[in-house]
Design a protein. Sequence first.
Length: 559
Amino acid sequence: MAKIEFFALGGLDEHGKACYTLTINSDVYIINCGISTPPAVSLGVKKIIPDFNWINQNKRAIKGIFVLVPKYENFGGLEFIYNAIPTIPIYTSDVGAVIIKTYFEKRVNNQYNNRLNIRIINHLKTERIGGTSFTPFLISNTMPYALGIVFNTNDGGIVYIDDFVVSSNKNPLFQDELYEINKITKGRNLMLITGVGQAGKHLGFANPSYRISQYFDSILIDAPGRVIIGCYDDDAYKILTLVLIAALKERSVNIFSNTFNELFKFLVEKQYFAVKNLNVIPDSDIDASKNCVVIVTGTPQRLFSKLEKIISDDDDKIHLREDDTFIFAAPTIAGYEKSEADLFDDVARTSLDRIYKLSSKIIAASAANEDHKFLIDLLKPKYIIPVSGLYMNFADYVKAAIQTGFAKQNIFLLDNGQCLSINNAEAEDRKKLVKLETQFIGSAGVLDVGASSMFEREQMRENGTVLVSLYVNKDKTKIEKSNYDVVGVTNLSENNKALITQINEDANGQIDKLLVEAHNQQQLDIKNLKNLIRKIIAKQYEKKFNKRPLVLTTIIFAK
């Protein structure tokens, strides 16, 4: 009989940052090591990663990290785990190995390249790590050779599927092996852990509504010149389909992305992707081409930045022409609505006449309601844990699952850090908690922990900042010099300057009183003094300008 525990370090009630821990008896298996990228309004925050302290504390029990669908949001946190556990094995497909290695080579310090312990796993080939065997199987989604996995236990299989569609795709890059799962488990499926995908958003199957050939074919037929298309680089299905359409139209192709180019070269070299009449041109030939298809890819932040650079004529490889066609072929992502609107506003200011946004009739290659119901009917698991989504997405998933006759009480909606225990095939009602702190990575790559740091950034964005520098004499009873820099609080009109000067003088007077009082009591607590100064100054600005800025204080004491 098996003792099983499951909890998430990230990926529950949120998009991105997925990182799940599965303990079988005394062995720990990590699925995904995710990351999320906040929109540009999150000042100073470049990345958000899970709290890896639990992994560091339990590293001797960890048998490996599984990256089954090699999207950036699933493996972007690896570099931060490698700081603590530099030899931890990473289990992935050969496609995943190329993507992860390329990321580390191009985005991360080369010190990791020789230490990456990547171990390639193959679909339908069973292996054993520690006391548990596992069997990967193919699933169909936006990435080629994406994998699901079965962990085989004495009480039945634990099936993990990141995201999927029930597919009839004959392309081996995007085939699925869902029907093989019951052969692996002999029909004994203890638990299904699955990404919620588009549960509640689309009531039917995702197939064929995610297919794009006809839509892009109709645009390319009439395009007089080049076609420039923006895609997210984790949507390999869309990118490779565009390459195929371009080849059929006898148009040359350029993939304007260093990262995806490496994957594309690998797929062609391994003959995973073989297309007749394929003519791939280098970046240097884009401007010389009359009718090439340029596929610009990147993560959301990078994609918008690259496209804006092209549109503003700041890119040295691509210069727009009047007969160009522009297509934004990426779905709208929460947090990036303004970036998308600004992009289309800027495109409209150019000389281009042919501007397209991907049709709303084309949905993501991600499980819709009928896909989920099919999987539940196929596997008939005892327990289900939906992952990778917001709570409202989980609630929609539950509604779909109940329609199959599945028992609601056997679906567990967990929060990050909330642990589900299963002993001898029976789930325990009591769920223990693992305390977690969200961790932010700033522009300089420095770790910043906790919700308070995000609050301060929001405060700076909304109310501005006051930088206070104080020079106090050696007896610590009087300010000798002071400097107040005001940033983003208000416009510096003559009237406002006078008000700020008054605030500074009043603050100095109150601070002098605090210093005298502390000196008389012989109890000078610097931390407490800074907190009092922040309150004094913030309160003054609130009275005068109806804003409560972030106050950053530096105190220098003369010796």
